[in-house]
Design a protein around this ligand. Structure first.
Ligand code: ATP
Length: 367
């Protein structure tokens, strides 16, 4: 297996579209790296450049420490699985999986062995004689993955491979691809716009926005310590609450003032925040850190606020409360069995040990 490294990579389309800029990214041997970001942020372009399907304007790509800028796609020893599966319609599942090996003139016996092995791993042995039109979306997806596996490539690239599947199958395939990674011990680079897919599958996640890499880290680190407001808002669902305001007070007594809401800032944050007194800031708190009918644990850094209930969304295991507090709209998630009424005024406890503060202009995290 292999390492993949991108150094200062840039790709433009025409004069105006900078699809990828100043990209530095290292993918470790056997790592499951997920590239995530909104539609159009440059994820597929990054993948296609690694595969050798797209030339870059600047920078270098290394596979196993060797520059591959001028190595054609077929010689990079990389297999790519596409969103639309790209199976040949006139070939059976077996022939689709065998095709790449046949082109490379592998002996018949070796091809048969590898296809059967891959089919076994993916539980598609009984579909091998069927053509794609006789396969469901999930089965076609497995054949496409099987076609990549049989080649035993150095690196697997997945471009939104689950987005054509229904929600239930997506969840199932997510688990299967994670298990497959553990079994193959392969280097995988996986592109998705779905933050849940990224969180559940990635060993590390690279968040991309407008062609620029924002942050690379393990899923829970990204969730707990986002580097900026974009990452904070992109990772997690429902999304983090953001309240605009300013820091007031003096060095030993700071308050975040939203205009109507006032939140006393715990002493832990004073050192980092006191230099921003008077500046416009954004306060961030995830829905699960706004507690309703849930007493604060001793020693917890908390603040109390009142809010009016705007919408109640029961999800089964939890309920999302949409609230109006001061001038702001907030979402809290609660597991309380007694739910408030629409329009009711309720008291909430904010867990400030989980609070984030962002510079309004740069959107960088200040803690
Ligand atoms: P999605 O999740 O929608 O697939 P993405 O993050 O994979 O999006 P890319 O497909 O990499 O994004 O596209 C990045 C940017 O480059 C977009 O603005 C897109 O319109 C542009 N782009 C991509 N391919 C081309 C092309 N061949 N010609 C011109 N512009 C392109």
């Amino acid at each position: 297996m292999a390492t993949v490294e991108l150094k200062n990579v840039r790709k433009t389309f025409g004069r105006n579209v900078i699809a990828v800029d100043r990209l530095d990214l290292e993918v470790n041997n056997k790592e499951f790296m997920v590239l995530v970001g909104p539609s159009g942020c440059g994820k597929s372009t990054i993948l296609r450049m690694i595969a050798g399907l797209e030339r870059m304007d600047e920078g270098e790509i290394f596979i196993d420490g060797k520059v591959v800028n001028d190595v054609p796609a077929r010689d990079r020893d990389i297999a790519m699985v596409f969103q639309n599966y790209a199976l040949y319609p006139h070939m059976t599942a077996y022939q689709n999986m065998a095709f790449g090996l046949k082109l490379r003139k592998y002996p018949q016996a070796e091809i048969g062995k590898r296809v059967r092995e891959a089919a076994e791993i993916l539980s598609i042995s009984r579909f091998l004689n069927r053509k794609p039109k006789a396969l469901s979306g999930g089965e076609s997806q497995r054949v496409a993955v099987g076609r990549a596996i049989v080649r035993k490539p150095k690196v697997f690239l997945f471009d939104e491979p689950l987005s054509n599947l229904d929600a239930k199958l997506r969840v199932q395939m997510r688990t299967e691809l994670s298990k497959l990674h553990a079994r193959l011990k392969a280097t995988i680079i996986y592109v998705t716009h779905d933050q849940l897919e990224a969180m559940t599958m990635g060993e590390r996640i690279a968040v991309v926005r407008d062609g620029l890499l924002q942050q690379v880290d393990q899923p829970l680190q990204l969730y707990r310590r986002p580097i900026n407001k974009f990452v904070a808002g992109f990772i997690g669902s429902p999304t983090m609450n953001f309240i605009e305001g300013a820091i007031e007070g003096s060095e030993d007594s700071l308050v975040f003032d939203e205009g109507q809401l006032k939140i006393e800032i715990p002493p832990r944050c004073h050192k980092s925040l006191s230099r921003y007194i008077g500046d416009p800031l954004i306060f961030g708190l995830r829905p699960e850190d706004i507690h309703y009918l849930d007493p604060a644990k001793s020693g917890q850094e908390t603040a109390e606020i009142s809010a009016t209930v705007d919408v109640v969304e029961p999800m089964g295991n939890e309920t999302f409360l949409h609230l109006i507090a001061g001038k702001s709209h907030l979402v809290a998630s609660t597991t309380a069995s007694v739910l408030p009424q629409l329009g009711e005024k309720i008291e909430l406890t904010l867990d400030l040990s989980r609070a984030h503060f962002f510079d309004k202009e740069t959107e960088l995290s200040l803690l």
